[in-house]
Design a protein around this ligand. Structure first.
Ligand code: SF4
Length: 238
């Protein structure tokens, strides 16, 4: 009989709990002390969230919002965006940067959605198992696990962790992820690190922490409530 392959993300999460019991609970408690308990509430409609997230790749939220506003001002509806010449669309969203890459991604995302649903309605995704939904989104050219997870978490409250630069840095410093973990591994590992009901809270708090205490260049470890369990401060932290 063929042996079933073990999932490295599950192996990592189980090993971490064995070697450093209660780490995730302590991290969440420390983050809660700083930021309270962020509560999920839906933001944009799903197709707008997907397009905005594509626009926000490698740029600031401000530039992405500017590009989104320009797109909505120029085109009457999503059908018009999908049918727009790619160069015209790129010129419309140029304030978001990397427009030549983002324009075909947006068109591909709209085409995939319309082909699937006959409309631009992504609500079918919330009926799928989370990883199946993520796979459907990441099959669209230019959409990776972070973008897919943002749509699923923020639009539907589905517990997938978007691993952005802040989540990745803070997680690796504490030791929740191996120092050289790839982004794909990080996305999979997070599915097993935290209970699903606390995924949103963990995501929002880690981003706040990465923008505040756990700054890339000047982390304020002296006043950080996670200090006692952080491997950046102490390589042998429990
Ligand atoms: S102790 Fe320092 S490195 Fe560790 S999470 Fe806190 S700020 Fe970041």
């Amino acid at each position: 009989m063929a042996r079933r392959r073990t999932d490295p993300a599950i192996t990592w999460a189980k090993g971490l709990e064995r070697r450093r019991p209660g780490l995730m609970d302590d991290v969440l408690a420390g983050l809660q002390a700083l930021y309270g308990t962020p509560r999920w509430k839906p933001r944009l409609d799903p197709i707008s969230e997907l397009v905005t997230t594509i626009l926000s790749q490698n740029t600031s939220d401000v530039n992405a919002a500017r590009a989104f506003d320009a797109l909505r001002a120029r085109y009457a509806d999503w059908s018009a965006v999908e049918r727009a010449p790619v160069r015209q669309l790129a010129s419309t969203i140029k304030s978001g940067g990397l427009a030549d890459q983002k324009a075909p991604r947006i068109k591909a995302a709209l085409k995939a959605t319309r082909s699937k649903t006959g409309d631009y309605d992504l609500s079918f995704l919330k009926e799928l198992p989370p990883l199946e939904a993520r796979d459907w989104l990441t099959a669209i050219p230019g959409i990776g696990p972070k973008t897919a997870s943002i749509v699923m978490l923020f639009c539907f409250g589905v517990p997938l962790m978007p691993v952005d630069t802040h989540v990745e840095r803070v997680s690796k410093r504490i030791g929740l992820l191996p120092p050289k973990a790839s982004l794909n591994f990080a996305h999979d590992a997070w599915l097993h690190l935290v209970e699903p009901a606390r995924m949103y809270e963990a995501h929002v708090a880690l981003i706040r922490h990465g923008r505040g205490h756990c700054d890339a260049l000047r982390p304020q470890c002296d006043t950080c409530p996670l200090r006692a369990r952080c491997r950046f401060v102490n390589r042998r932290a429990p």
